[in-house]
Design a protein around this ligand. Structure first.
Ligand SMILES: Cc1cc2nc3c(=O)[nH]c(=O)nc-3n(C[C@H](O)[C@H](O)[C@H](O)COP(=O)(O)OP(=O)(O)OC[C@H]3O[C@@H](n4cnc5c(N)ncnc54)[C@H](O)[C@@H]3O)c2cc1C
Length: 376
């Protein structure tokens, strides 16, 4: 067990898991957990030590996401998106942008979010239809982003938008919270699971920014997505749903030992239940080990790292639904009637396959990568 995982696991037990029921019921952002994360330095995990960060790697990113998800999947996802958006800024942002954002993250404990998806382009999140026009080095945006996790709570939003001067190009921009014309439609969030994400639409009405808020040269957005955004995001999802598998295993095992029939037999004495638990264990272990191996390959810069990252996310996303199905079978009517957390975790599990790029899209990408064809 790595030190990073052990510390994050302890943190999650104290400051993430206790809010799970409430944020799910009220569909509220995990504010208390995020305040504590800021205090404990988790927002600067991936920032270099030279700028006041912890100088950690993608492997630590995966470990923290996994440990947080064992406490609560929503909280882990909001956190994961912060790391991803910050990595894009640190990889491609101007010195001035990096200085501003780093100062806010390190000193003011602020965090970031991703605003990519749109109602039209959906799961093909690297495409954008929002309207962009420029005049006097100022750029004006109009449109809607469909689902923005951590809405209203994050201080910056990584937004993908069409390039003005590069045909078919896209650009990443950083929208600061509070920019005139930027509003959130919180009342439109009513997710099946991951309810603490508050992933509501973000309205962009004549939002006007200085060009310095664009990340990198015009037209380089897709390259940024493929190198700085997709790898930590897809890996983060693999780690998060591996964490949910583990949580399902823990809950189902506990329940199987504690639920005793009048004749003194416990659920765990029944062979069919033992087989269900064994299958959940196998999937949870395989999801974890695959995510960590993909992270290791990415840190080592190995050629097949991206293929491993994609495959590990596909595996974890599908495994978590199977683990939830089997856990519900172990939990029976008690689990169905919300006497255990299995019902919430099963709802959370269904988001894993949907988040862009969806598992279906990723399988197509993986098939292309394996046969030396360009993606996306
Ligand atoms: C809990 C949660 C949180 C989210 N948070 C954010 C966020 O913070 N920021 C953000 O930008 N977005 C976020 N999203 C949005 C998400 O990433 C997707 O972009 C969005 O759910 C796509 O929705 P859609 O209904 O338009 O999908 P559609 O584009 O209609 O796709 C529906 C399904 O069709 C299939 N499909 C479509 N095209 C293809 C293809 N070419 N090949 C194979 N299969 C295909 C896929 O399986 C896909 O799941 C979030 C989503 C969820 C569920």
């Amino acid at each position: 067990m790595s030190d990073t995982y052990a510390e994050a696991k302890k943190f999650a037990e104290e400051f993430v898991a206790p809010y799970s029921k409430e944020i799910d019921k009220k569909a509220e952002f995990p504010k208390e957990s995020f305040e504590k994360m800021g205090e404990r330095g988790y927002f600067k995990l991936l920032l270099p030590e030279a700028v006041g960060g912890l100088g950690k790697t993608l492997l630590d990113h995966a470990e923290v996401c996994r440990a947080f998800a064992e406490g609560n999947a929503s909280t882990a996802l909001c956190y994961m998106m912060h790391n991803v958006a910050l990595m894009c800024v640190m990889s491609y942002g101007s010195d001035q942008m990096k200085e501003t954002v780093v100062k806010d993250v390190v000193e003011k404990k602020r965090f970031l979010a991703l605003a990519y998806s749109e109602f039209g382009t959906g799961t093909h999140f690297y495409k954008s239809e929002i309207k962009v026009r420029s005049s006097d080095n100022r750029v004006t945006f109009n449109g809607v982003k469909s689902m923005v996790t951590s809405a209203e709570n994050a201080s910056y939003y990584l937004v993908i938008a069409p390039s003005i001067n590069v045909k078919d190009g896209v650009d990443n921009w950083l929208f600061p919270l509070g920019t005139p014309g930027l509003t959130f439609q919180m009342e439109l969030w009513d997710g099946l699971g991951m309810r603490g994400n508050i992933s509501c639409p973000m309205k962009i009405d004549d939002v006007t920014l200085d060009e310095s808020w664009r990340i990198g040269a015009e037209g380089t957005g897709l390259e940024q997505v493929l190198t700085a955004v997709a790898p930590p995001f897809v890996l983060g999802l693999a780690a998060i749903y591996a964490g949910v598998c583990q949580n399902l295993l823990d809950i189902a095992t506990r329940h199987a030992k504690q639920r005793v029939y009048p004749d003194g037999q416990a659920l765990c004495n029944i062979e069919t239940v033992q087989i269900h638990l064994a299958n959940i264990y196998a999937r949870a272990q395989a999801s974890k080990l695959f995510a960590l191996e993909a992270a290791r390959a990415a840190v080592a810069g190995e050629a097949d790292a991206l293929a491993k990252i994609i495959a590990s996310r596909v595996f974890a996303s599908e495994s978590v639904i199977e683990c939830g199905r089997l856990a519900m079978r172990v939990g029976g009517g008690k689990a169905y009637n919300k006497h255990t957390e299995i019902e919430r975790l099963l709802r959370d599990a269904y988001a894993g396959q949907i988040m862009a790029p969806s598992v279906d899209v990723l399988l197509v990408w993986l098939g292309k990568a394996l046969t030396d064809q360009p993606i996306p």
